[in-house]
Design a protein. Structure first.
Length: 310
């Protein structure tokens, strides 16, 4: 089974990808958090650093672009192609207000005429350059029934892979994924299809397989992989319990690597805190230490809390 790591802005950074890839491996593709190209600026220095090949050695990385302007997409794709990337992912799922008010991400799904013109332009470019474009999408903006028309649109382009997060924009990341629409996609989507959403355990995956009466391969996981970094080993059937030796190694690597690239210390602590919002589910009974860790303002306080947990 192929497993993809979902992009999580601020979490699956190049620092995270390198640490995870070295300690755990098993990720067939990482997708970068979105790059948001602007006029004459295909990417910011910070975005460029995140996807620079020298910062992603040995990692199978697909950069992701978020835009509703085909000229901006093509400018960014040219820059990425010249850096050596031959697959690019289009973000049609981001639900955030700041993104959607600009007509990008999930909001672009409502504008089906403009979307077709956009896809026509970017696929003409990609075909002429031999680049693959995959798409990460939701079911629609405000109604999952939008998905039927969207599938018709996606089927008319050479989409290299369609990653479906079966929620609509207004669901954000909450509630049960609308699995019946993914079942519809399995029947009607012509290109390779990837399931994404709420896979936190091997049991979650098994349940999906029985719901769809179909093996799902590849799958993409984001919060599940972050919350329990051993998830991929569990999905592959090589272990059944979380490996805390590897977890400690992942924690320490991230902590030290972020200290090298971030300052002052409080920024490193913010970054680690964000990770602990996912990791805390692994540490039943350690709620007091975790609460203390979340409040830590100094490195020494943070480290003392960590040693009470790990
Ligand atoms: C904090 C956060 C940041 C995210 N950033 C991105 C992003 O940059 N690009 C993207 O396509 N999806 C982004 N997503 C969505 C995830 O890639 C994924 O589709 C979603 O979390 C559902 O999958 P999961 O249940 O496996 O986490 C983000 C989600 C979260 C919670």
């Amino acid at each position: 089974m192929k497993i993809y790591c979902a992009p999580l802005e601020g979490v699956t950074t190049y620092v995270f990808r390198n640490a995870y890839n070295t300690i755990y491996g098993n990720v067939d593709k990482f997708f970068s958090p979105f790059l948001s190209p602007a006029e004459n600026c295909p990417m910011t220095p910070r975005e460029k650093k995140d996807i620079a090949p020298e910062n992603n050695e040995g990692i199978n990385l697909v950069p992701q672009i978020l835009t509703c302007r085909s000229d901006h997409f093509i400018d960014a794709a040219k820059a990425l192609h010249s850096m050596g990337y031959s697959e690019i992912n289009l973000n049609l799922g981001c639900p955030s207000g700041t993104v959607c008010t600009k007509g990008k991400g999930a909001a672009f799904l409502q504008e089906t005429d403009a979307l077709q013109v956009f896809l026509d332009a970017i696929y003409s470019y990609s075909e002429s350059e031999g680049i693959k474009i995959s798409i990460k999408t939701r079911l629609g903006y405000s109604d999952p029934e939008e998905f039927h028309d969207l599938i018709g649109i996606f089927n008319s382009f050479p989409v290299s892979e369609l990653i479906v997060h079966p929620r609509i924009r207004t669901d954000f990341y909450k509630g049960e994924p609308r699995k019946e629409y993914f079942a519809y996609a399995l029947k009607h989507v012509k290109c390779p299809l990837v399931y994404n959403g709420n896979i936190y355990s091997a049991e979650d995956y098994e349940e999906l397989v029985s719901t769809f009466s179909s093996s799902l391969d590849p799958i993409m996981t984001g919060r599940g992989l972050i919350s329990d970094p051993s998830l991929l080993d569990k999905l592959k059937g090589t272990i059944s319990e979380t490996d805390f030796t590897k977890f400690r190694k992942l924690h320490d690597t991230l902590y030290h690597e972020y200290q090298k690239v971030m300052s002052p210390d409080i920024n490193v602590l913010h970054k680690m805190r964000e990770l602990w919002t996912y990791w805390q589910v692994l540490f039943d009974g350690k709620e007091r230490d975790i609460k203390r860790l979340m409040k830590a303002k100094k490195i020494a306080e943070y480290e003392a809390s960590v040693s009470g947990i790990l």
